[in-house]
Ligand binder design. Structure first.
Ligand SMILES: Cc1cc2nc3c(=O)[nH]c(=O)nc-3n(C[C@H](O)[C@H](O)[C@H](O)COP(=O)(O)OP(=O)(O)OC[C@H]3O[C@@H](n4cnc5c(N)ncnc54)[C@H](O)[C@@H]3O)c2cc1C
Length: 216
């Protein structure tokens, strides 16, 4: 029976593990973190919830707000997603809301700890102000706040430079699918979000499956 060593237990590695088992290979997954899942890992901040049921709110929404500072730039748009449809994320009648902005790894990396924490706090406060400005009925109901930067994703998910979807689309970007082989290196098959734009879960899943299918 062929033996396969899978390095990394993210979605690509776990998918490769499933397909390896299905194909009858003997496989082992090694993961450097204490839990698997990579960027698809969840972590708990005592519920991380808004104390109110957001079922009636648009699930994925962007709205205009007063200007707020994000890194060195100003924006007047806030985009959010909420997760009322997933009862495992928060107790019944409560929800998690995620507000997201494009972020630069280096900008956060260069900050000393105190400044880093101060920037996170300020951004969190400004976002709460923006959300409560748009939805006054939520005022005072945000119970737990967590501000995650690229450094957070690097620390908790092992994500390269805190990137959460691998490729950034630019006008000059080309479509490229890496076959997951490196010339001259035998028996190495790569998988993961970095092999195929736009990255994300579909690329991780597909390349994990293909890596196993490429093994003769
Ligand atoms: C907040 C957030 C939201 C997202 N939302 C979406 C979404 O809506 N839709 C979507 O499609 N995608 C989304 N993504 C992206 C998606 O989660 C990732 O593209 C996908 O999980 C990447 O899987 P992967 O297996 O390629 O890589 P990773 O998840 O990075 O897995 C790599 C694994 O390898 C491990 N590893 C690295 N080096 C070593 C080593 N030397 N030895 C052992 N183990 C090692 C790492 O610890 C990690 O567990 C989101 C990501 C984040 C963070």
């Amino acid at each position: 029976m062929k033996k396969i060593l899978i390095i990394g237990g993210g979605i690509a590695g776990l998918t490769a593990g499933i397909y390896a088992q299905k194909a009858g290979f003997q496989s082992v997954i090694v993961e450097k973190h204490s839990i698997t899942g990579g960027e698809c890992t969840g972590w708990d901040r005592k519920g991380f919830h808004v104390d109110g049921d957001l079922t009636g709110y648009p699930q994925d929404f962007a709205f205009q707000t007063e200007k707020l500072q994000v890194e060195d730039e100003q924006t007047d748009m806030i985009s959010y997603k909420h997760y009322c449809y997933e009862p495992a994320f928060a107790p019944v009648g409560k929800s998690i809301m995620i507000v997201y902005f494009p972020a630069k790894y280096q900008w956060w990396k260069e900050k000393k700890r105190e400044q880093y924490m101060a920037e996170k706090t300020k951004l969190g406060e400004d976002v709460i102000k923006g959300v409560e400005g748009r939805f006054p009925e939520l005022q005072g109901k945000i119970r737990v706040l967590d501000v995650a930067t690229p450094l957070t994703y690097e620390r908790y998910c092992g994500a390269y430079k805190g990137s959460w979807m691998s490729f950034g689309a630019t006008p000059k970007a080309k479509q490229m699918i890496h076959k997951g082989r490196i010339k001259g290196i035998k028996n190495l098959y790569m998988a993961g979000q970095w092999l195929m734009p736009p990255g994300g879960l579909p690329s991780a899943l597909l390349t994990g499956k293909w890596a196993i299918q490429r093994i003769k």
